[in-house]
Design a binder for this molecule. Structure first.
Ligand code: GLV
Ligand code: MN
Length: 222
């Protein structure tokens, strides 16, 4: 190999390594902010990637505080669980900051049903109770563990995961995300509760079952 060619190959390798290790916006989760803060103007008529900022002259202390996660969520539903979202839509000061939190309450025997977050990795801490916390990799391997108060878990971006209360008391988890709006896709309602609904043939083929079974599941999410 000529010395120029060797030099070029080394440079290409170095550049690739740099691209993989640097926090360039294209490789991180939410892009880095370009100003101190940008309190989302959720009513702005312009639609963009994120939300426009409300004028700095209208920003007050209250914009930077949020008590939405202070109250227990209502777990009186078929799953026995509740997720209170502390994302940019609830707490506009998170706009462009690449961070958000949820509060998850799960009643005895309740389940935070299998779901994924297309735009964020999740980290969580159990504040109360005993939970089976699990996730499934893209190779269909289930990783799970029983956790109690003070113990943490992490779910890499996009992986399907769940938490089930396996204790004697109600459980509480706080979760955090590296996105101001992680997005949540609940697997069951995504497939069986979409509008318009997925054709029965698609679901029958995908799950290898007949229409009676599909109708039965559809009736729960319709
Ligand atoms: C828990 O999995 C959450 O998304 O808050
Ligand atoms: Mn989650």
């Amino acid at each position: 190999m000529s010395s120029t060619l060797a030099h070029k190959s080394t440079l290409t390798l170095l550049f690739s390594a740099l691209l993989l290790s640097s926090p360039l916006p294209s490789l991180s989760s939410d892009p880095d902010p370009l100003q101190d803060f940008c309190i989302a103007d959720l009513q702005a008529p312009v639609s963009m990637n994120g939300f426009p900022c409300k004028p700095a002259s209208n920003v007050t202390s209250n914009d930077f505080f949020f008590d939405g996660l202070a109250r227990e969520g209502d777990t009186y539903n078929s799953n026995g669980s509740s997720v209170v979202y502390g994302n940019v839509l609830a707490f506009p000061a998170l706009n462009t900051l690449g961070i958000s939190m949820n509060r998850v309450d799960i009643a005895t025997d309740g389940l935070n049903a299998p779901h994924s977050h297309p735009r964020a990795t999740e980290v969580g801490i159990v504040a109360q109770g005993k939970l089976l916390v699990g996730m499934i990799s893209t190779s269909n391997v289930l990783y799970s563990k029983n956790l109690t108060a003070g113990e943490m878990f992490v779910v890499p971006r996009g992986l399907v995961h769940f938490q089930m209360n396996v204790g004697e008391e109600s459980a509480l988890i706080y979760t955090a995300f590296n996105s101001h709006l992680p997005g949540t896709v609940f697997v069951s309602s995504n497939l069986f509760g979409s509008r318009p609904s997925l054709p029965d043939d698609v679901l029958m083929k995908a799950f290898q079952v007949n229409k009676t079974v599909i109708d039965q599941i559809n009736s729960k999410f319709g």
